[in-house]
Design a protein around this ligand. Sequence first.
Ligand SMILES: Cc1cc2nc3c(=O)[nH]c(=O)nc-3n(C[C@H](O)[C@H](O)[C@H](O)COP(=O)(O)OP(=O)(O)OC[C@H]3O[C@@H](n4cnc5c(N)ncnc54)[C@H](O)[C@@H]3O)c2cc1C
Length: 391
Amino acid sequence: MRGVDLDLGPAADRVRAEVRAFVARHAPGGRYPPDWGRRLAEAGFVVPHWPRPWGRGAGPAEQLAIDAELRALGAPRPLNPIGIGWAGPTLLVAGTPEQQARWLPGILDGSELWCQLFSEPDAGSDLASLRTRARRDGDVYVVAGRKIWTTFAHVARWGILLARTDPTVERHHGISYFVLDMRSPGITVRPIRQMNGAADFNEVVLDDVRVPAAHRIGAEGEGWRLARVTLANERVSLSGEGALWGAGPTADDLVDLVRTHGGVRDPVLRHQVVRVWAEGQVLRLIRLRTVSARLAGLEPGPEASIRKALADGHGQRVMATAVALAGAYGLLADHGPFGTPTGAWASGFLFSRALTIGGGTAEVQRNILAERVLDLPRDQASSRSAATNAS
Ligand SMILES: Cc1cc2nc3c(=O)[nH]c(=O)nc-3n(C[C@H](O)[C@H](O)[C@H](O)COP(=O)(O)OP(=O)(O)OC[C@H]3O[C@@H](n4cnc5c(N)ncnc54)[C@H](O)[C@@H]3O)c2cc1C
């Protein structure tokens, strides 16, 4: 059972028809040209809610309609999560016209991948304690320090970087926000091998890297405010029903597999399957609530934070149930439930440990909910976490 969805009305039907015509014109017969990403970006279909010329200034209904149609057609979209989710919104808020013109096109068409250099070995949840230094020297800043868990640093063309420009002032006020050319001399990228065998993130050593002052975003000392602007820039979650931060298989997919295989005999396991399915439905309803509030023109409420706090544990339970359904096959990296030959479930199980760490840990999310939604009193530790890394 897939449950209800939103009816976006006749205007959305017109937008969907426009997307269909665009795809038919530029990718006849489902053959996508090499510059497909650029064409999609120029039409404003990559991030429709960004203002023109980067997007279409689309409202939530139009945005959802475009996403739904592209998904229905199976049209590929540029993959640049940090560029689109973090760097782009910050450039839109605080970048100069030159900075926007230089970086936004490559973000949108996916030709320039971005990474995010925020976390440090001693500055994760408490990001404001970061120590990487950026010292002004004429037209450049000289940056020295160590970043960690930098997803895609090994393949990224550009990075958003937080560094301390003034260690003498209150710690939140001494941080600035830069764009780092990942090809600059003095950058060492060391891959970190994960337990699923991949090495998606890295340790990055910055050894007196010279960053042009023209690559600073916003004013000196404004980095913390900008980082928070970016973090707050929650876009309406359009796709994202997958159990792994919106990607990957869902609890519904698991139930479909169970059904195909004639059910589950073990009552404990059966209970587990029903539980994750029910959780999946609750999360879906929370998501629909968020989206319909946005469609009605309301400001985002706490639902997105609540959803993250619930979705991360849910993702782990979906994947753990899949492995339990695999039986002895659960030991293999390329087999899913019932021995189905797919690595998505097995690697998803291993990846799922990251869900309650990245994007703000589960504990930090709960602190945020306690303080900002339930209005509970703050304590010393949790008030530090309120200004936190949700990368
Ligand atoms: C898959 C993945 C990708 C990532 N990609 C990036 C990236 O591209 N760029 C980047 O900059 N970072 C990235 N990160 C890092 C991520 O932002 C940090 O791991 C996260 O902020 C937690 O910081 P930490 O690991 O230093 O843990 P710590 O902050 O040291 O936390 C350790 C433990 O203490 C708990 N804790 C900490 N403070 C509190 C508190 N106030 N109250 C209660 N409990 C608390 C935490 O919940 C956790 O259990 C990524 C992380 C993951 C898992």
